[in-house]
Design a protein around this ligand. Sequence first.
Ligand SMILES: [Zn+2]
Length: 64
Amino acid sequence: MPIYEYCCQKCGHCFEVLQKVGEGGESLTCPRCGAAKPVKKVAACAVSHGSFSTGSCISKSGFS
Ligand SMILES: [Zn+2]
């Protein structure tokens, strides 16, 4: 199960979320301030490669 990192638009707190593939983050809330709709950051697989190839990472794991 992929891990996604989200950052809160209200307080700036970033947190990781385990999500099923294709599941959206619309229902997520910030664990610190409770604000809705945090912004998704780069995928965990791109981070583990130590590069910013976010596009190739997403094309491999998503859009099935
Ligand atoms: Zn917050």
